[in-house]
Write a protein that binds this ligand. Structure first.
Ligand code: SF4
Length: 378
């Protein structure tokens, strides 16, 4: 059996899941921690050294929660050159990174060949870096550019060097929520998002699933979204064994973007509760990440006791949620390790496939700096 996926056992029904939201948080978290301990080493928390590259901020989808996108005519619209992207990957290589997460807007002015040439260039120039790029929304954009099906687009990208897809755009897999007037009427639909991910999985590409809470959705809609994901994972595992390797939830960031004042967002309590519910519902996805960029370190640490087994990644240069008010940007490895150790777990560096690749030297890494000697008074 693939080490990324646990066997499906007794299952949480939608009614059970809804009832979880009414449970005292500590009880719920304890149960989620138990479920996590059955599927992963309970003493270990993993992390990834990676970086984000946002290759272009030109986008024609116009999500109301997005502070990142620009129209082509805006002064600060950009598309990075291959040289600029390579320079960013050299920085990643210098700190022992293993994966680049590359996303942009849906830019109708970039020809499909640009993406193929970029992937070929990155594979040639940075053979040790896994390239996980282009969320389903961007893949859909490429189908419009080329007239090809998502499967054909993905196959060409894979041949050019694509290793996997980011889970971006999962948000809430309920069309009434994602297409609401205050959220994103033009957003890729739930069916399309799931179908593009299923195509990617069929080709053997790596995928993760993301979810955002705080649009004003009900708990029933959150459960509905989790159930859609669990069903999709069941199908992928039954069909070929390559499903979602991780689930990552975070809270809607609203600062300075059009959705501000129109959606309630979600606080720390709700976030920890939702991570626990997700762990209990998604019995077929092994890895659950804590989101330090949106929730801060302390809340992220708390989720390690509520079902999360991974502290995410260093995210050098994250630009999308950080431009809608996320609290933290880029964490050096040392800080990731400190947060994991302070919470009482053993840190392990992993690759993007969740293989442990290194045990950091915690003592050396967290040793206090040598004090500068103070000159004796004359
Ligand atoms: S979230 Fe993505 S698809 Fe939506 S506007 Fe921003 S860049 Fe475009």
């Amino acid at each position: 059996m693939c080490p990324l996926h646990a066997p499906a056992g007794a299952r949480t029904s939608p009614d059970d899941a809804l009832a979880f939201y009414r449970r005292p948080l500590f009880d719920l978290a304890g149960e989620a921690f138990e479920a996590r301990s059955e599927r992963t080493d309970a003493s270990v928390v993993t992390y990834l050294i990676d970086r984000n590259v946002n290759y272009s901020n030109v986008c024609n989808v116009g999500c109301a929660f997005c502070g990142f996108y620009r129209t082509r005519r805006q002064d600060d619209a950009y598309t990075l050159s291959f040289g600029e992207i390579s320079a960013k990957l050299r920085e990643l290589e210098a700190v022992g990174g293993t994966r680049v997460l590359m996303q942009g807007g849906v830019n109708p002015y970039l020809p499909f060949e640009w993406y193929l040439d970029l992937l070929a260039h990155l594979k040639r120039a940075h053979p040790t870096i896994r390239v996980e790029a282009f969320s389903p929304e961007e893949i859909k954009g490429m189908t419009k550019l080329t007239g090809m099906s998502p499967l054909e687009v993905l196959r060409e990208l894979q041949v050019a060097g694509l290793d996997g897809l980011p889970g971006g755009g999962g948000e809430m897999l309920v069309d009434e929520v994602r297409h609401a007037a205050h959220v994103s009427p033009a957003r890729i639909s739930t069916d399309e998002w799931l179908s593009i991910m299923a195509d990617a999985q069929r080709l053997g590409l790596y995928t993760t699933a993301t979810m955002v809470i705080g649009f004003g959705e009900s708990n029933a809609q959150r459960v509905q979204s989790l159930m859609r994901l669990r069903d999709a994972q069941d199908r992928a595992l039954a069909e070929h064994g390559n499903g979602y390797s991780a689930f990552i939830a975070w809270t809607l960031q609203t600062k300075g973007v059009r959705i501000e004042g129109k959606a309630p967002g979600a606080g720390a309590f709700e976030y920890v509760q939702h991570v626990a519910v997700s762990r209990l519902v998604l019995d077929n996805i092994v890895n659950v990440q804590a989101s330090w960029p949106t929730m801060g370190y302390k809340v992220a640490q708390t989720t390690l006791f509520a079902g999360a087994n991974d502290f995410g990644s260093t995210m050098l240069e994250e630009n999308v949620v950080s431009q809608a008010g996320a609290r933290l940007r880029a964490t050096p490895e040392r800080e990731m390790v400190r947060q994991i150790v302070d919470a009482g777990f053993e840190p392990r560096q992993r690759d993007s496939l969740y293989n442990v690749i290194r045990t950091p030297d915690v003592e050396a890494m967290l040793a206090p700096p040598t004090p500068v000697p103070v000159a004796a008074p004359a």
